[in-house]
Design a protein around this ligand. Structure first.
Ligand code: NAI
Ligand code: MG
Length: 497
């Protein structure tokens, strides 16, 4: 057994992971919340609370922002970029050294299968490695003003950055925001989701062990109303990176407008996977299943709409159903094919969508019901579900369900597939499966989404910019473009002759 599996087995026995932090992380250390109140976090695989954490308030947010401001002005903004490189590189190594504990904490808190959590932790380490290398390469330009002038630009850090993190990819989303912010010379106040508070705290502790000066990275835990709202409306926050629902994103954008704070919004999607009849069927089948059943479909970039050409529809869907039925559900720490969904209320929301579709006469090819862990009879599970021959106007096609529910839309040809793909309020990502690259590329150019995957859903990594169009938000994370969100260009022109 690997170290992670041994630890997972222990946690399954005792029901909790020992030594999880129960305070905020402010100014380089764990501290009790001002009002000394706690909340509980749940293990979705059992539907039971397993640990408590600090329930923050505005007073804690104020303290964290002050700490981030001090660290920005006094230490971090002017530190030699190569020193920042070394700290972030060490952090990447320490994340890998702590992989087992981080992954078990992530799986227990979010419900996701342990192997997926291990992948997320590796991805977080990679993210710090990638941006570590960027710190000392943030070069400006020089401007041709003639011999009597000197004109140049520099990329300055924007300052104190707030990061609002959702519960579906806690450590990944934290790393995706923090690594480029820190690389650019910004300081951080992060607020993890109240469903999954722990890995952000553990990450902040690791960063400090890697040599990050006190106050550069702060984490305040608690609810959106008590912590998220005061943080995003704080006058001394210079930038907000938000990942979550459209409604909360709109609230964050309004709060940001009052202070004219910069904002990047990543708001989910209803992404199409377009499968053309000339595709490699095996590749497409694997891609479609991973796109919707990974993390029980709770992925902003899930491929939740299969748009498939009529010629292969029947065979493809039949095979898809045949492979979906035996998928093994179970507690995340037992490494099932599909884990639980994150909360009781979220399970209810997913079930509501499917129940309404059923009442309206939807063709549910497999799944469709709430269930439990077959080993324990506990937990918040939804069966992997496929709804065939859905119409563009169906609620299950139009709305983000954020669960293991795939809808299938039948297209007459590639042009019709394009029309169906774009008939959507979201525009985050899209997948295309075809053996004809020029055909796939033509679709890729015309689908309205921030990122397109051809012949491998989720292809690419931290190197590739990611973000949405339409209601999926705006701004890009990852890649060099993600770094630029945390920089402001200053132009300097001097008369020297
Ligand atoms: P949410 O958008 O309310 O929560 C995301 C984060 O925002 C959490 O950290 C939360 O505490 C914080 N937050 C809540 N209210 C806030 C406020 N007024 N100001 C600042 N921060 C605030 O999403 P929720 O309720 O967890 O999930 C609802 C739906 O959103 C899901 O069913 C799913 O469809 C979608 N979602 C999309 C995600 C994505 O990756 N784009 C991630 C999570 C949810
Ligand atoms: Mg939890």
């Amino acid at each position: 057994m690997s170290t992670a599996e041994t630890l997972a087995a222990e946690v399954l026995k005792t029901g909790t992971l020992e030594g999880l932090p129960d305070g905020h992380f402010i100014d380089g250390q764990f501290s009790r919340p001002s009002h000394n109140q706690s909340m509980e976090s749940f293990d979705p695989g059992r539907g039971e609370a397993f640990a408590s954490f600090a329930a923050g308030t505005k007073a804690d947010v104020d303290q964290a922002v002050e700490s981030a401001r001090r660290a920005f002005e006094n230490v971090w903004r002017d530190m030699a970029p190569v020193e920042r490189t070394r700290i972030l590189q060490r952090a990447s190594g320490l994340i890998l050294e702590n992989m087992a504990r981080l992954a078990v904490a992530e799986s227990l808190d979010s419900g996701k299968p342990l192997n997926e959590a291990l992948g997320d932790v590796r991805g977080a380490a990679r993210c710090f490695e990638y941006y570590a290398g960027a710190c000392d390469k943030l070069q400006g330009d020089s401007f041709p003003l003639g011999p009597d002038y000197l004109g140049y630009s520099i990329h300055e850090p924007v300052g104190v950055t707030a990061h609002i993190i959702p519960w579906n990819y806690p450590i990944s989303t934290t790393a995706r925001g923090l690594a480029p912010a820190l690389a650019a010379g910004c300081t951080v106040v992060a607020k993890p989701a109240e469903q999954t508070p722990f890995t952000a705290l553990l990450l902040a502790e690791i960063l400090t062990k890697a040599g990050l000066p006190d106050g550069v990275c702060n984490v305040v835990t608690g609810t959106g109303a008590e912590v998220g709202a005061p943080l995003t409306s704080h006058p001394d926050v210079d930038h907000i990176t938000f990942t979550g629902s459209v409604a909360t994103g709109q609230a964050v954008m309004s709060a940001a407008a009052r202070e004219v704070t910069r904002v990047v919004l990543e708001l989910g999607g209803k992404s199409p996977v377009v499968v053309l009849d000339d595709c490699d069927r095996e590749k497409a089948m694997e891609g479609v299943m991973g796109a919707i059943f990974e993390n029980a479909g709770q992925i902003c970039s899930a491929g939740s709409r299969l748009v498939i050409e009529r010629g292969i529809h029947d065979d493809f869907v039949e095979e898809l159903v045949r492979r979906t039925r035996p998928l093994r559900l179970g507690h995340g720490l037992r490494n099932p094919d599909v884990g639980p969904v994150n909360s009781a209320s979220h399970l209810e929301k997913i079930a509501g969508f499917v129940d309404r579709a059923r009442s309206a006469g939807a063709e549910i090819a497999t799944g469709g019901s709430v269930t439990t862990d077959p080993d324990t009879g506990k937990g918040w599970f939804f069966e992997p579900t496929i709804i065939d021959r859905a119409a563009p106007s169906d609620e299950v096609v139009r709305e983000e369900i954020f669960g293991p529910v795939l809808t299938v839309q039948v297209a007459d040809d590639a042009d019709h597939a394009l029309e169906l793909a774009n008939d959507c309020q979201y525009g985050l990502v899209a997948g295309i499966y075809s053996s004809d690259f020029s055909k796939a590329n033509r679709l890729a150019r015309r689908i309205d989404a921030g990122q397109i995957f051809i012949n491998e859903y989720f292809a690419g990594g931290v190197e590739v910019p990611f973000g949405g169009n339409k209601k999926s938000g705006f701004g890009r994370e990852k890649g060099i473009e993600g770094l630029k969100s945390y920089c402001k260009t200053k132009s300097i022109a001097a008369r020297i002759g």
